[in-house]
Design a protein around this ligand. Sequence first.
Ligand code: FAD
Length: 233
Amino acid sequence: MTTNIEGDSSLPAPGSTERTTLRRIAEKAVENRAVGYQILDAGFVAHVAVSDDSGHPYVVPVGYARDGDRVLFHGSTGSRLFRGLAEGQPTCLTVTLLDGMVLARSTFESSMQYRGVMVLGNCQVLEDAAKDRALEVITEHLLPGRWSEARHPNKKELAATLVLALDLTEMSVKVSAGPPEDEDDDIPRPIWAGVVPLVESFREPVPAPDLIEAYPVPDYVKAWRRPSPGGAH
Ligand SMILES: Cc1cc2nc3c(=O)[nH]c(=O)nc-3n(C[C@H](O)[C@H](O)[C@H](O)COP(=O)(O)OP(=O)(O)OC[C@H]3O[C@@H](n4cnc5c(N)ncnc54)[C@H](O)[C@@H]3O)c2cc1C
């Protein structure tokens, strides 16, 4: 289900619109759309901004998948926050991958290594065949191989599920990599400095307590890996 990593070449480059241009530490901006898509393909959780009726902002974590030049995610039709998105409320979606802790000699210069994408826009509601397909794309991104084994949603479950798409038209990509950048005065200090890399990984599958006895762990479950930076699983 991995889709074209380059994206539609007629779309604006990441960070090229007025409101997506990185101003603070602008050298961390990445204008290459493919880098943004690789980050989206490697992540599992997006944070989506939404306001309630009073205008108060919320940030909702969701599972998602990239599908070409858009991001797909789903929520409950009963959720007032998701209904706001379905009605076309403007939103901001972010995906962040944490790659390491950067220990500078000073706490001020200490930071993190990360790769992040921010998308601005309005969601569209997907219906019928597009909705079915989107649920498959999301499932296959999060759990490759699962769609062919798990029971698919029935009519009642589909009716309770809101599926949304957000175009990747207006987006920015920010990547922080490399060693700590200490002030010259701090470098001679006897303080350890460096990077502690951080990797998110799956551990051994734990069978459900009510699983049919001795039912084996499927190969696709054993094979689960976070997608590589190249986008492949
Ligand atoms: C794991 C992590 C930890 C961080 N910790 C801190 C922290 O402790 N303190 C801190 O000040 N900042 C931190 N940042 C950076 C923070 O996300 C912002 O980039 C930074 O605060 C600048 O925000 P701004 O609105 O002033 O940037 P501006 O450069 O003015 O933002 C302009 C535009 O740049 C884009 N942009 C900004 N930030 C990002 C981003 N992170 N990813 C993608 N696009 C972006 C957006 O389109 C935004 O509209 C962290 C980032 C990550 C991923």
